[in-house]
Design a protein around this ligand. Structure first.
Ligand SMILES: [Zn+2]
Ligand SMILES: [Zn+2]
Length: 305
């Protein structure tokens, strides 16, 4: 699983930091978190391709997070996309997508499934689940948690041997969760030879927002927390007034949540060239902090792999 930062800037883009857009790639699928202006060109530059985009998860309807959607939909249509695209977001997202299609008088070559988020998980498969939670930003804004399903426990070779399971296809069947029958007629069940289930990876996206309890809970033990880090700590009053966070506040939240790593993004253009100051302030509280840059990639691996 890999996270690619396609846009890490604030409300006004700069040459180095474009509008907020993040891609999570997993087994051939791309999950887009927000889709700022120019997202599609960033996607091309990052060589991700637009065909594998499975879903766009919209945090809120501020222009810097959604103005890349019209262009992306048009390019998808020009490319004759046929597989459906999901767009998930807060109340109002359906109206926005409808307006794009009606006002720009174009018909997509594929079905768009728009979902305004309620309390239930927003996307579930056998391998992962995505949940939304409310953020504090002055207008309805959602954070998202991407949680992989638990993986089967480790195969205990010694135990399998002791139970008389011969090395070969039967081991594979047990590893895949199926019971097997031995030559003598005895049955061996997966739970007899597998260790405890191993947790999947957890990634949390909380942009734009003040620090809030919902994020602390969602990010509990997260492998990666991607959080609004728009301001340096001396500008905390500006952060409060505009519904954003400072580097120190985001770091305090990551510490409380016991997250494994924190990435600060949505960096205000006023601090051009001051990434080191963000890092210094955050690392005082939470040393495992990274300041996002456009096109930065983070590989996530299971710690027991
Ligand atoms: Zn924003
Ligand atoms: Zn905003």
């Amino acid at each position: 699983m890999k996270v690619v930062f396609l846009g890490t800037g604030g409300t006004i883009p700069t040459e180095k930091r474009k509008h907020p857009t993040l891609a999570l790639t997993r087994e051939g699928e791309v999950f887009l978190f927000d889709c700022g202006e120019g997202a599609q060109t960033q996607i091309f530059k990052a060589r991700l391709g637009i065909a594998p985009i499975r879903v766009i998860l919209v945090s809120h309807l501020h222009g810097d997070h959604v103005l890349g959607i019209p262009g992306l939909l048009m390019t998808m249509t020009q490319s004759n996309r046929s597989q459906p695209l999901s767009i998930i977001g807060p109340a109002g997202v359906s109206k926005w997508i409808r307006h794009i299609c009606e006002d720009l008088t174009f018909h997509t070559s594929f079905e768009i499934e728009v979902k305004e988020v309620g309390p239930e998980p927003v996307l579930v498969s056998s391998q992962y689940q995505i949940d939304a939670f409310p953020l504090e930003h002055g207008i309805p804004t959602l954070g998202y948690r991407f949680q992989e399903a638990e993986r089967p426990g480790r195969f205990r070779v010694g135990e399998a041997t002791r139970l008389g399971v011969p090395k070969g296809p039967l081991w594979g069947q047990l590893q895949a969760g199926h019971s097997v029958k031995l030559k003598g007629g005895d049955e061996v069940h997966p739970q007899q030879v597998l260790g405890p289930p191993r947790p999947g990876l957890k990634i949390v996206y909380a942009v734009d927002s003040r620090p809030c309890e919902e994020t602390v809970q969602a990010a509990s033990g997260a492998d990666l927390l991607i959080h609004d880090g728009m301001f340096l700590s001396e500008d905390v009053e500006k952060a409060k007034a505009r519904g954003h966070s400072t580097a120190t506040e985001a770091a305090q939240l990551a510490f409380r949540a016991k997250a494994k790593r924190l990435v600060l993004t949505h960096v205000s253009p006023r601090y051009r060239g001051e990434s080191n100051r963000f890092l210094k302030q955050a690392c005082k509280v939470f040393p495992q902090t990274i300041i996002a840059e456009d096109f930065m990639e983070i590989e996530l691996r299971h710690q027991d792999a």
